[in-house]
Every structure is written in C-alpha cells, then in structure tokens.
Design a protein around this ligand. Sequence first.
Ligand code: GAF
Length: 420
Amino acid sequence: MDVRPAHGRGQGIADEGGWGRVKAGEGEGGWGRVSGAAGPGAADQAAEFFGESYGAEPEGVWHAPGRVNLIGEHTDYNEGFVLPFALSQGVRAAASRREDGMLGLRSRQAPDAPATMPLRTLAPGSVTGWAAYPAGAAWAVTEAGLPIGGTSIAIDADLERGAALSSSAALECATALALTELHGLSVPRPELAAIACRAENEFAGIPTGIMDQSASLLCQAGHALLLDCRSGKTRDVPLDLPAAGLVLLVIDTRLRHALSDGRYAARRRACEEAARVLGVRVLRDVTDPGAADSIADPVLRRRARHVITENSRVLATVSLLQAGDIAGCGPLLSASHRSLRDDFEISWPQADTAVDAAVAAGALGARMTGGGFGGSIIALAEARGSMDVRASVRDAFARQGWPGPGFLEALPSAGAWRLR
Ligand code: GAF
C-alpha cells in the first residue's frame, strides 16, 4: 500500500507562480544505477529489520529521501534562496507504538549502537552518535507540544553517509514523520521540517539551515524546490531531465565530510559578521554584488560575495528551468562552483578535479553540492555523453592515485511519505 499523503504545503512563492537498492553487478565503486524509487522492496527490508530487532511486525514504514542541492549553497541560513531536489534514495523508519514510554532505536547501518531511553528524559546532549538524530527528532516533536508516546523504531537506509546528500536530515525527517503519523498527528510539512531542523540544531548541536529538511519533506517528483528561506514560501520548479535528454550525475569524491567539524559553523559566523559590517541583519538583504567590495577584511568580503552572487544564480537558474532550458543552467552550476572554491573556500581537491574533468569531457556544468569540505559533486550532462564524463573523472582520479569515484544518475523524486 502506498499511502502517499498530500503534503501540507505552505504558500507558493511570491509571483505565484544511496541510493535505491543497487543491483548486483551494476555498482561502480559501491554506487551504481538505481533500481527504482523507494517502494515495496525497501519497505519490506525495513519491516524485516524491525522484526529482527523487536520480534514483531511494525505498524508502519515511512520513507524520507536524501537530497541533491542543484544550486544555492550556504544561502539558507542567510535567509536566501535554495533549489534542492529529493533523491529516490533515503532513510526508512519502521515503527510501532509501545506502552512503556520508551524510545527504542535500531539501525541496520549501525548494528553495534542500539539505543533505548525514556522519551521524557530526552534532552540536548543526552544522546550521541547516530541515535542523536532520531532521538533529537523525538525530542523536537515533544518540544513542539505534539503528544507522542513510547515507540520502537528500526532504521534502514540506502543513502551514503558523509556524501553531502543529507543522510542526517533524511533520518530526522523519517523519524519525525513516523512518530507523528503513528500517533495520529497530522503536522503540516513546513512545520515538520522546522521540527526536524530543530533536532539538528539544538539536539545534535549543528547550526545548519532549513534546506535539507525542507527538501526531504516538501519536494515533488520531477521538480526541484525553490525555497525562499526568509518567507518559507516554496515553488515547485520543473526538472524533467530525461525529457530533455540530460542526466544529472552525482559523483561521490569519496572524501567524507562532517558538518560537525566546526568549519561549517565558522562559515556561518563569517556571514553573520559580514552582514554586521554591511549594516544589514542578514546577507539576504544585499543584492548588489559590488556592495561586498566595501568590506575591508578580504576574507569576509569573499564570503559575502559568494552569498550575494549565489542568491542571484539561484533565481537565474529558476528562470531558465521555468523556460524549459535545463541545459542553459550548466554555466550557472560551474559559476557556483568557482564561487564556492575561490570565495567561500569550502571546496576540496577531489571536487575541483572532478568538476574540471567533467566539464573537460563535455559536461554542461558541474559543481560541488552540500555543505563542503567533502562529499559529492554534481555534473549536468547530455545523456549520450554521460559515459565520457564518468570516464574522464575516473581517469583523473586514477592519475592522482585517489580511490575511484562513485556515480549515480539522480532523478528528482518525491518528498517523504508512508510506504505502508
Ligand atoms: C548543509 C546544511 F545542512 C544546509 O542547511 C545548507 O546550509 C548546506 O549545507 C549548504 O548549502 O547541507
């Protein structure tokens, strides 16, 4: 049964307008072509793991996807624009209510780290490791005044961790959706995204913006999601890659990143400082790229310039997509990468090499995606040229003696829903 709900969406934007199970033998360094969106197979596997963990059938199984950010990097916490889309890969939460007021957490991907705790004792800092994300989601749900009771949860995922595809947000969103729906609560998706983000910020202690949770909960299949992080307004922007004869390759550079290592937080602080120097509350308030030139500190100047120019690149990308010109977005993706590399300084050697190799082999544009310092790049390419792009990146990595990259053809997919 696919009981995909209508999303409780916010208003539209102003003008009113892991992967799925990788088939054996198709993988390329661990990734491969995806055998399909999360569906009955994924639900069965999560339910099976729930059975192994708790000795019973779960009452339900929920899926929340990871995301690729097409463009709009480090703009969300500056109240700017982002344009992510949901992957078909993500996190499943199989769950059942229990009478003892406990929260049971098991993950197939972390078999040695099960956790069980009384729901009412949850507090920031009380849980660490992978379980901090689902425990944080439970904490944030109760903090929002939503009455949930004891629950057993088993997690299964097909999303690579540390690949900058929002595995943590997917974990939070799958848990928050499971907990609320299991306990008979219907929470509008934007509110649920804010709850999941609070889990990340206050419980796990990572000062991210709202993009990843919004993408996981609000995206529509075949579309990217334009999110105005100031107003919370959204617009579904068509992104039908196959119809345009295009592919969006996600290329895992194999360098792992962690948002918790302090560098993400340092960039956020720099943006706040740049806004202060410019006399505005947040960098979203600045639209003239030349304004950054007035900042004396060269580092703050570069950080501000990235955010200001990136916001305008997002809007330019949206205009092209609305006009049906996906291929035309390529140069904007590459410009975003240069800005992240030179001004925001969050790129890494494998990303720069992969971007250059992809473009040299004919990709229309390429950029790092996500928080930076590791993870994946994306490359927009014509479908018929995508094998050349892969070969070029693979060869460039081999020349450097780096582990082979992973490849995934991303398909814009639906936001979270109940699988059964
Ligand atoms: C990470 C964060 F979680 C997002 O909020 C966003 O800031 C992104 O990095 C950078 O655009 O994914």
